[in-house]
Design a protein around this ligand. Sequence first.
Ligand SMILES: *[C@@H]1O[C@H](CO)[C@@H](O)[C@H](O)[C@H]1NC(C)=O
Ligand SMILES: *[C@@H]1O[C@H](CO)[C@@H](O)[C@H](O)[C@H]1NC(C)=O
Ligand SMILES: *[C@@H]1O[C@H](CO)[C@@H](O)[C@H](O)[C@H]1NC(C)=O
Ligand SMILES: *[C@@H]1O[C@H](CO)[C@@H](O)[C@H](O)[C@H]1NC(C)=O
Length: 421
Amino acid sequence: MTKSRLFCLLVVLGSAFMVLFIIVYWDNVGTANFNLHTSFSKSYPTHESVESPSSDLSTENNGISDVDRFLDNFLNFATTKNEVPSTKGEKLVQRGGSNSFEENVRGYDWSSRTKLEEAILDQELIQEERKLNLRSYCANSSFNFPFKDRDFDEIPNKELDHLVVDDRHGIIYCYVPKVACTNWKRVMIVLSESLLDKKGAPYQDPLEIPREDVHNTSNHLTFNKFWRRYGKFSKHMMKIKLKKYTKFLFVRDPFVRLISAFRSKFELENEDFYKTFAIPILTRYSNWTNVPTSAGEAFSSGAKPSFSQFIQYLLDARTEEQRPFNEHWRQVYRLCHPCQIEYDFVGKLETLDEDAALLLRQLNLDSLFQFPPSYRNRTASSWEEDWFSKIPLEWRQKLYKLYEPDFVLFGYPKPENILKV
Ligand SMILES: *[C@@H]1O[C@H](CO)[C@@H](O)[C@H](O)[C@H]1NC(C)=O
Ligand SMILES: *[C@@H]1O[C@H](CO)[C@@H](O)[C@H](O)[C@H]1NC(C)=O
Ligand SMILES: *[C@@H]1O[C@H](CO)[C@@H](O)[C@H](O)[C@H]1NC(C)=O
Ligand SMILES: *[C@@H]1O[C@H](CO)[C@@H](O)[C@H](O)[C@H]1NC(C)=O
């Protein structure tokens, strides 16, 4: 009896030790391993696109696996992190005059440079500018917004539900609703092979995935689900993945995003949004005495919230006392924590096609598929003035304050035309 108990105890202790050992090993030695790995593959160019775009462009399609490419991206990112401001600064200067830029990159055969390569080079510079802007405002102590200075560890689990992880390729995508998120979620499903089609094989074509499956959260591994897999080590695992994986997000002009959210959730008949949001809005801010109880009824009787009432709802302090903003109008800084997570790629809807092409290329996935084209009637920035023309100036200014962190962090200019009389 005692012998078998002792044996059990030893087994338990042994397994506990193994688990601890694996965690510590992964955390501390993982990076060193990757370093070792790249230093062996000599023929593989170190990713020095910053200093010499030539090496980056001339080595495409030479059969490097996704994983190597990604690891290298990661390593480059990790090792250049500290010098970001200086190197990027140089690059930005170079961007001003193409001549000085070319002189700086000797030994590169400029005549063979194609239009596409040129465009991609340009996009890479824009990328660095965006990341530099983001990091400088995160570090700027005179620029503040709620929870700006909290640590990643202090972010509640439920606020990490927009970070989608693909462990197969080492990619983390923070999805922002109304910013091409359906298509990027499709891409993430294909990459992570997390969903099977009718024949039982993982989907290969992003566009074949039914829309309802794309938005079903069971089909995505998000950070907030980590506790189920890793228990109390979940934050630890998140941090390891954040350190090693390529992280990206797509953003959009905050006011245009609001218009887009309003159009899709209140101008189209949507039972869920009607019940949860339109009824309180109409009850509080309209003169309807008996607010219809269903979207169908409301749409036939014309009981729809106006854009102005929607803005009133956003500005009303009572709104967030009841529940946090819905993800369609919650600020990006609250969905994606851009000062806690150092994103490797900041895409914009305004330049979706170029950004998607560059991102897929950087992830070495461009040979696998193209980003699905957007076919829907996208809300245009030029409509902004029209939409805001009936909103009182004071509200517009308050609304700007509410979304200012998104404007500033992601480099959208303050919309002066809307904020002045
Ligand atoms: C820091 O933020 C403040 C307030 O937004 C701004 O006026 C200032 O220019 C910023 N400083 C730097 C170095 O970006
Ligand atoms: C989401 O997917 C899960 C598992 O595939 C399924 O059980 C569930 O019914 C789906 N939910 C919706 C709303 O479709
Ligand atoms: C509600 O009625 C009041 C008084 O008749 C009017 O001043 C106000 O503009 C109305 N509000 C809306 C949203 O129709
Ligand atoms: C797009 O939407 C706007 C406003 O909702 C409408 O005026 C325009 O005709 C639409 N365009 C297309 C091509 O559907």
